[in-house]
Design a protein around this ligand. Sequence first.
Ligand SMILES: C[S@@+](CC[C@H](N)C(=O)[O-])C[C@H]1O[C@@H](n2cnc3c(N)ncnc32)[C@H](O)[C@@H]1O
Length: 228
Amino acid sequence: MRPGAKPDHAAALAQYRARASIYDFELALFEPIRREAISRLALRRGDTVLDVGCGTGLSFAQLQQDIGPTGQIICIEQSPEMLQRAQRRVEQQAWRNVTLLCAPVEEAQIPVMADAALFHFTHDILRSSEAIANVVGHLKPAAHVVAAGLQWAGPWTWPVNFFVLPAALHSTTSLEGLDRPWDKLAGLVGSLDVQTRLMGAVYIASGACGKRSRRAGARERAHPQGRR
Ligand SMILES: C[S@@+](CC[C@H](N)C(=O)[O-])C[C@H]1O[C@@H](n2cnc3c(N)ncnc32)[C@H](O)[C@@H]1O
């Protein structure tokens, strides 16, 4: 991998073909991050959520709890081996409200306008302006967006990067932008609240398309004209 090189589709497909069978075990350490990231989506019953780069579907159970059977999960994943495992999970749980799209996010034909989008450990996708534009173009105004993943730890915690580097090399095809992985997303969505976890090795960035969140909109509808 050349420093600063862009994500490489063919390399990513090979990477996840090799990883698919052990992927769920490898991600166990990050399950608390997943839980926090999904809770920051502030999903409501009946919502439609995009799970961008869904992998084997590790986020599905919590997303289902939040949106209920009247909601929808639209998943975009380019690795057939990862998506096959996601499909198996859907069948085992008999979920009827999950749509799996096997495509690079840049080219995916997203069939809905969604209430929220999750980018969980999807660095390659977040470094692709075309991919982010396709997702954001299929979000309703004020939709919630959350991205979480690895990042370079700051100067005061630089030893943490001895963990970040091999973990990133194992799961992405580009280290470009690892100091601010969310910055292209912020460019399209608007400002993001960025928190760090695991001594700065992981970020959770959350925000809403445009300035007002859906929750703020709902509050205003309930209490119009400053009656809060
Ligand atoms: C580290 S895994 C994360 C999977 C899942 N979000 C999770 O939290 O477990 C990254 C996933 O992004 C997928 N991916 C990478 N680049 C992609 C692209 N351009 N389009 C679609 N999927 C992509 C990979 O195939 C892989 O399944």
